[in-house]
Ligand binder design. Structure first.
Ligand SMILES: Cc1ncc(COP(=O)(O)O)c(C=O)c1O
Length: 421
């Protein structure tokens, strides 16, 4: 390569790069959350933005000894390739974990994935042709929206309220879409302590939604990373516990153990299993044996249920700090959810406030959040925002909410001044 070419290579995109990409690359865009992660780690900023689990309660010495023992005693297996579907022992243990939410499953129907995010990718790959409809809650998980967009789905949001997805709104959406001749591939929802809204879908609604989707022959993708993180009582049984034919269930150890292992899973109806395993093998060959065996050893020998209880205590204290500060400082014209578990509070401001435009002012006031538009595929949500309480200390959460309330109050005043002029 000549020095001119080298210089061109360093400083410019290769010629016609965009044209050389596949058509689908145009749908690969950075999420709003990704750009926030660039500022959020600055120590002076209280980040109420990311959904990173709080690992301060994790017994690191214990994990150090698990990992050391794994390499010394089982290195030949742990550092080797493994089964494409996942380690057989871990798949059995995953069934024990799911039993806590009422699911009776066969390990043969479990596919271990690289986080549940990979399962979302695999399901999208198998089901979505460009233009196919995926139904999601309004708002919904940004990582799922990004994946659906890459497969060129047409994402249709369905109304939620304080109790999660509204069954009647789902009925109406399906009716309208069917009338328009659209192909609906699945309903994606997060019934427990939803990301981003923090709400919990009650048992009766679960049954009603299952009935609607079964009758309409629409698969349900039940994404449940937060189900065991209920603060005062266990969450209702998983939807998959009621329907093993029509529900694809996604689980993850990211929030109950640690996301660094990157171990999640899909529990799939038998008819889908082979396709999913083949799809996964073609993307990763097999999930990490090392991570799976570390988690398996932890689940086999350690009091993991107690560990989840201690996570719940830690998150509950943070949830309380956030709700108390919101009650104290936020304007009466704002509303917010009161999560019974999980990581997130969803705030709705007066409609004239644009939370994306407000973001630089919040950063200047040393607090970060995620603007509501990140959680919609259709540009809605501009006067909402997500706060997460999982990571900072309760003191920092109080400081952050107070700082944010100052920004919000100023913005409301400024807007009402504009309206008067
Ligand atoms: C609703 C939801 N689904 C899936 C994921 C991805 O989790 P994992 O770490 O298992 O890939 C997240 C992560 O925040 C999430 O909130």
């Amino acid at each position: 390569m000549s020095s001119e070419d080298l210089e061109r290579y360093r400083t410019h995109e290769p010629e016609n790069l965009q044209e050389r990409f596949a058509h689908r690359a145009a749908h690969m865009k950075p999420s709003e959350i990704r750009s926030l992660f660039a500022v959020a780690p600055r120590p002076e900023i209280v980040s109420l933005a990311g959904g990173m689990p709080n690992l301060t309660a994790l017994p690191m010495d214990l994990f150090a000894s698990i990992v050391e023992n794994l390499v010394r005693e089982h290195g030949q297996e742990a550092l080797q390739y493994g089964s494409g579907q996942g380690h057989p022992k871990l798949r059995e243990q995953i069934c024990d974990v799911m039993a806590l939410e009422g699911i009776r499953a066969n390990p043969d129907d479990v596919l271990v994935t690289t986080g549940s995010q990979q399962a979302l990718d695999l399901i999208s790959r198998i089901f979505i042709d460009p233009g196919d409809v995926v139904l999601v809650e309004a708002p919904s998980y940004v990582g799922a929206l990004g994946t659906f967009a890459q497969y060129e789905a047409s994402v249709v949001h369905v109304e939620m309220d304080q109790d999660g997805l509204v069954p009647e709104a789902l009925r109406q959406a399906i009716k309208t879409l069917r009338y328009q001749g659209r192909r609906i591939k699945f309903l994606y929802l997060i019934p427990n302590y939803q990301n981003p809204a923090g709400v919990l879908l009650p048992a009766e609604r679960r049954s009603e939604i299952l009935d609607i989707c079964r009758a309409e022959k629409i698969f349900i993708v039940e994404d449940n990373p937060y189900g065991l993180l209920g603060f005062d009582r266990p969450s209702p049984n998983a939807m998959r516990a009621e329907d093993s034919e029509n529900v694809i269930y996604l689980g993850s150890f990211s929030k109950t153990i640690a996301p660094g292992f990157r171990i999640g899973w899909a529990l799939v109806p038998q008819a889908l299993r082979e396709k999913l395993v083949i799809a996964s093998e073609s993307s990763i060959l097999c999930p990490s044996n090392f991570s799976q065996m570390a988690i398996s050893s932890y689940l086999a020998d350690q009091p993991w249920r107690d560990q989840i209880t201690s996570f719940c205590g830690l998150y509950k204290a943070r949830r309380d700090a956030m709700l108390e500060s919101l009650d104290t400082h936020f304007p009466k014209s704002a509303t917010w959810t009161r999560p019974a578990g999980g990581f997130y509070v969803w705030i709705t401001l007066p409609p004239e406030i644009d939370t994306k435009a407000m973001m630089p002012k919040a950063i200047a006031a040393k607090v970060a959040y995620v603007p509501g538009t990140a959680f919609y595929a259709d540009g809605l949500g501009s006067w909402s925002l997500r706060l997460s309480y999982c990571h900072p200390t309760p003191e920092r959460i109080r400081d952050g909410v107070k700082a944010l309330s100052g920004v919000v109050n100023q913005e409301i005043e400024r807007r009402s001044g504009l309206a008067l002029n």
